[in-house]
Design a protein around this ligand. Structure first.
Ligand code: SF4
Ligand code: SF4
Ligand code: SF4
Length: 349
């Protein structure tokens, strides 16, 4: 059976047996496009390839939407990439997802191809992609090349494609019950030989990326240069799963001033650029969500100006999170840094 078909077949069987009410998965809408969809009709699952290397958005946003008013009464199976699962965990902690009746399935993720690179081409099938990705046949998103969270341990079920004998792992009681009902073979602990060798390559790429960002983007002049083309459209914010303020300060009346205030602001430096609050917006957003950024790059994919905003947020957020010995979304129990106070933390060494 083809690699991704395992997850699709599992979804079909669960739907047919009435164990779940629907499946959230990627579904192609054109040869070069796919969206996340909640599917309840078996026939609509026929051509589904849930592991295609495509990233339309972070699916945690969809789960947030589905559970916002009330979680479903019948379970939904959600097939997610590890960075999406990370966002789900973070959003549950931030009380943005009502975590009931969603069964989470993830898979070992080799990465995805940037949407702009796929324009008018065909998204490769997951089986073809997995076979050739290590030969460098496909150019991955920068954020995926250097991703250090390519297997999730928080989902109910994990599908291990990095290991020699591809395996399904039940990681929670929910996952175990689900797989038992389906009479699917599974293991309860994951081997990591294959994971380690893929991770090794990703970590080297991450070190190189951070060195490059340090030399190209550090300091006021460089950061202004990095965001020089920003049109302040806020797409990065709208698409970020963990940017959750109900009303954004930067879109509120608080940013409206009398003409004299603008004159005053302009006179401080001899001129005022429009849009007026570009860097303030990025720095403010960073301050709000650096402890929760999951390095998914949804912001960068949504940027019309090709600004490397996801790489910058990933780099800075990892630094901020490491101060608190925290990694967003890696663990259900780890407390959010800004909701926790420890007397001894942040003491000068
Ligand atoms: S950021 Fe990581 S988990 Fe997300 S798509 Fe890329 S490689 Fe996969
Ligand atoms: S800032 Fe960008 S990389 Fe970080 S969580 Fe939001 S969308 Fe993902
Ligand atoms: S999406 Fe790009 S252009 Fe729009 S505000 Fe964000 S960084 Fe600027």
């Amino acid at each position: 059976m083809a690699t991704s078909d395992v997850l699709t077949e599992l979804s079909k069987k669960a739907l047919k047996d009435g164990i779940i009410g629907g499946v959230i998965t990627l579904k192609r809408t054109a040869p070069d496009a796919a969206v996340h969809a909640l599917i309840t009709d078996m026939e609509m699952l026929e051509d589904v390839d849930s592991m295609i290397p495509y990233f339309p958005d972070n699916c945690a946003n969809f789960i947030k939407r589905i559970t916002k008013v009330a979680p479903p009464n019948k379970p939904i199976l959600a097939i997610l990439k590890p960075c999406e699962m990370r966002a789900v965990v973070e959003l549950v902690k931030l009380v943005q997802i009502q975590n009931k009746n969603i069964i989470y399935a993830t898979f070992d993720c080799y990465g995805t191809i940037a949407r702009k690179d796929l324009k008018d081409k065909e998204i490769p099938k997951s089986q073809e992609f997995i076979k050739s990705v290590s030969d460098g046949k496909f150019e991955l998103r920068e954020i995926c090349k250097s991703c250090d969270y390519i297997r999730s341990e928080t989902a109910d079920i994990s599908y291990l494609t990095f290991e020699k004998d591809t395996l399904i792992v039940a990681q929670t009681e929910t996952g175990k019950n689900f797989l038992e009902k389906l009479e699917v073979q599974f293991v309860e602990s994951a081997p990591d030989k294959g994971l380690k060798s893929v991770l090794d390559i990703k970590l080297k790429a991450k070190t190189a990326l951070y060195e490059n960002l340090k030399s190209e983007c550090s300091g006021t002049d460089n950061i202004f240069k990095t965001f020089a083309h920003c049109i302040n459209c806020h797409n990065c914010m709208t698409n970020c799963p963990v940017c959750i303020c109900k009303e954004c300060f930067f879109e509120s009346d608080a940013m409206d001033f009398e003409g004299d205030v603008f004159l005053d602001l302009a006179s401080r430096k001899g001129g005022l650029r429009a849009p007026t609050d570009v860097m303030l917006f990025h720095i403010g957003r960073m301050a709000h969500m650096a402890t929760s950024c999951v390095a998914c790059g949804a912001c960068e994919e949504a940027c019309p100006e090709d600004i490397i905003v996801g790489q910058i947020f990933k780099w800075i957020s990892e630094n901020v999170q490491s101060i608190f010995e925290y990694k967003s979304g890696r663990d259900w129990e780890e407390e959010l840094p800004l909701k926790t106070f420890r007397e001894e933390e942040l003491e000068p060494k």
